[in-house]
Ligand binder design. Structure first.
Ligand code: ADP
Ligand code: ASP
Ligand code: MG
Length: 452
């Protein structure tokens, strides 16, 4: 049996948190592989340093070192601190060399490299902590473990086949020797050997991909809440933990904004039927959420609601576009350049796409290149948010969408776009961003917590 345990930023963000995590790992009876994020705040700190035109690099490295070493000094005795500091300094020198060479700054993967540095140091610290507690452990980076990635800067996908070979060569022998590998999350190595990150929050996805590649028996995502909840608890204080979900429910919610899981976490696990558990590293005794293929049907209407902000609707207009499938196909082809299309909706004379605000210029330049003379215009509506409501067999429930839209009308919010029917577990629609929080709250109070 192999268990992959992933720990997020807050779970490795302080002396106390790291000690708790080390105990969780040690207590696990199966063969175990840990995957870690950077200490909380570190990735944001590195990303803002990259974005600051007047960045003071000396100050950045000073603060980076100080944050890690302050924790290390509390964790280790003198002898172990010396061992840790030696390796820490070697890594820090490599990081400094990378940044010192101005030529590197123009490399398209430079931001990936810098923003993924935090993971190299948190993994080192955790492996040393576990060793100092008398259990053999080794820190591996994506490079030394063999986690491979493909794709564009800052939005890589894991190459599962190559990663599986990497795991077989580098990680399985370590497990066979009863050593606990602690692997960096967040990034893999592209075909040129450069770090390529999986998007913000990507350590969940890295853990799922590593679980897939190792044929793990379970993937545990350890975070700072008790499990997958009926809504973001920061927005809805009476949100409740969901004990059990299936892959589609969790996948849709993560994709459409539930931050507890990176949007792509579910697929590598689902491909091999590996259960995913969400657990609280502050309260390991709590059962958490189990995500797998099978789940008993429940009577509840809705299970969970999530939202994805910063989106825009791009609508192309043409009289009777529905009778011009070639124009529709052309529009689809042009929109194909953007990273993600979050929704699609058509009418007799319009075709609308929902894309991230950052993708609007690219989408527009493609669509404006369409030379169909009957294309009458393109409209853009920014400042919209997608709401995703997930529950059992939503499509089979008579009048359910009517009830949902009725509740939204009651709070005076407008529905800008609807996409229902593609998935039988979710109902997705778009509202103006200023109404989104209220929409989530009203859906939760009427259909999940039950009050009116
Ligand atoms: P980590 O650093 O462990 O990856 P994240 O901050 O990325 O943690 O994700 C956990 C956070 O996700 C929670 O603290 C919570 O605020 C937020 N969240 C949003 N939606 C949900 C949800 N449906 N269930 C649980 N947590 C959610
Ligand atoms: N450290 C990375 C981030 O903050 C990856 C992660 O935490 O999952 O985005
Ligand atoms: Mg996260």
């Amino acid at each position: 049996m192999i268990t992959v345990l992933k720990f997020g930023g807050t779970s490795v963000g302080s002396t106390e948190a790291l000690k708790r995590v080390a105990n969780i790992i040690i207590a696990e009876k199966d063969d175990k592989v840990a995957v870690v994020s950077a200490m909380s705040g570190i990735t944001n700190f590195l990303v803002s340093a990259l974005e600051d035109k007047n960045v003071d690099l000396e100050d950045v490295f000073f603060k980076f070192e100080e944050r890690h070493m302050n924790v290390a000094k509390e964790l280790f005795d003198e002898e172990h601190l010396a061992l840790f500091t030696k390796e820490f300094n070697e890594r820090l020198d490599e990081f400094k060399t990378l940044v010192a060479d101005k030529e590197n700054w123009s490399d398209p993967f430079f931001k990936d490299n810098v923003s993924s540095q935090g993971e190299r140091f948190s993994s080192l610290m955790l492996a040393h902590l576990i060793s100092s507690m008398g259990h053999k452990s080794v820190a591996l980076t994506a490079e030394t473990a063999g986690v491979y990635a493909v794709g564009n800067p800052l939005s890589g996908s894991c190459d599962l086949k190559k990663t599986s070979i990497g795991m077989g060569m580098n990680v399985k022998p370590i497990l066979e020797n009863d050593i606990i590998p602690i692997i960096t999350g967040f990034y893999g190595i592209n075909e040129d050997g450069k770090p390529l990150t999986f998007g913000r929050g990507g350590s969940d996805y890295a853990a799922s991909a590593i679980g897939n590649a190792l044929d793990a028996d379970v993937i545990e995502i350890w975070t700072d809440v008790d499990g997958f909840m009926s809504a973001d608890p920061r927005l809805v204080p009476d949100a409740v933990v969901i004990e059990e979900m299936n892959y589609s429910e969790a996948g849709e919610l993560a994709y459409f904004g539930a931050k507890v899981l990176h949007p792509r976490t579910i697929e590598p696990a689902r491909m091999k039927h590996i259960p995913v558990k969400i657990k609280n590293s502050y309260r390991p005794e709590n059962p958490g959420t189990l995500i797998h293929n099978f789940r008993k049907k429940r009577d509840e209407l809705l299970k969970s609601v999530a939202m994805k902000a910063d989106l825009s609707i791009i609508t192309i207009r043409s009289g009777e576009i529905a009778y011009r499938p070639k124009l529709m196909a052309k529009a689809m082809e042009k929109i194909g350049e953007v990273d993600t299309v979050y929704g699609l909706s058509t009418s007799l004379s319009t075709m609308a796409f929902l894309v991230h605000n950052n993708d609007v210029p690219l989408a527009l330049s493609g669509l404006r290149g369409i030379d169909f003379e009957d294309l009458e215009g393109i409209d853009i509506k920014s400042g919209v948010t997608l709401i995703c409501a997930v529950g059992d067999d939503l499509l089979d429930r008579n009048g359910f969408s009517g009830e949902v839209f009725g509740a939204i009308k009651d709070i005076g919010a407008n529905i800008e776009m609807i996409s229902e029917g593609a998935s039988d577990v979710s109902l997705n629609f778009v509202v103006p961003t200023e109404s989104a929080a209220d929409v989530i709250k009203v859906l939760h109070s009427r259909f999940i917590s039950g009050g009116q």
